[in-house]
Design a binder for this molecule. Sequence first.
Ligand code: TMP
Length: 215
Amino acid sequence: MTRGRFITFEGGEGAGKSTQVRRLVARLQAEGLEVVATREPGGSPGAEAIRNLVLTGSADRWSPMTETLLMYAARRDHIERTIAPALERGAWVVCDRFADSTRAYQGGAGGVDPALISALEAQVLDAARPDLTLIFDLPVEVGLARAAAHADASGHAETRFESKGSAFHERLRAAFAQIAAAEPGRCAVIDAAQTIEEVEAAVWGAVQARLPLHV
Ligand code: TMP
């Protein structure tokens, strides 16, 4: 059985990743592939419980170091229970955020030592390394305005990171750009300021260019 492929979506707030995850999943399913759509933090019952802890409450509820450890506890459970079994049976896994979010949010923007984050990646990820990462990029003020509109419309309480201020979000954008520049073989930058249809076409173009759909 050939291992499945692992695609991750990354980027700042309000980039429209969730919509695009759904659209990519539909396209891959139309190709006859088994696809598992998942997200982080979360993606398994234990990790969803940690999500609720880490995304709600005041911006300073957890320090960046504590966030890193919580994210990695959630990630390990998600890998063990959802991602690794799916890849092993040949399914494609499409995940809304993954390890690059810890590098960017807690590392680049939050100030946690990159050496600690690299050590956690080395010990915790095992074979769950993305084959392709789509990094959604857009100006900070556009993303935060979109995220605020979405929070108002849905009444959702997961606003800890959105409320961290624009300097934090500028560091975050720079951190994602740095990841993309350092690993061009794995990462494709998507201009998320385009229309939903244009972004969808850019995502599909990147997937087709980099991953053979049928082997
Ligand atoms: P989202 O589902 O709206 O993308 O929200 C997830 C939030 O969690 C987002 O603000 C980014 C944050 N996050 C981290 O700070 N570190 C991580 O490792 C992950 C996976 C998410």
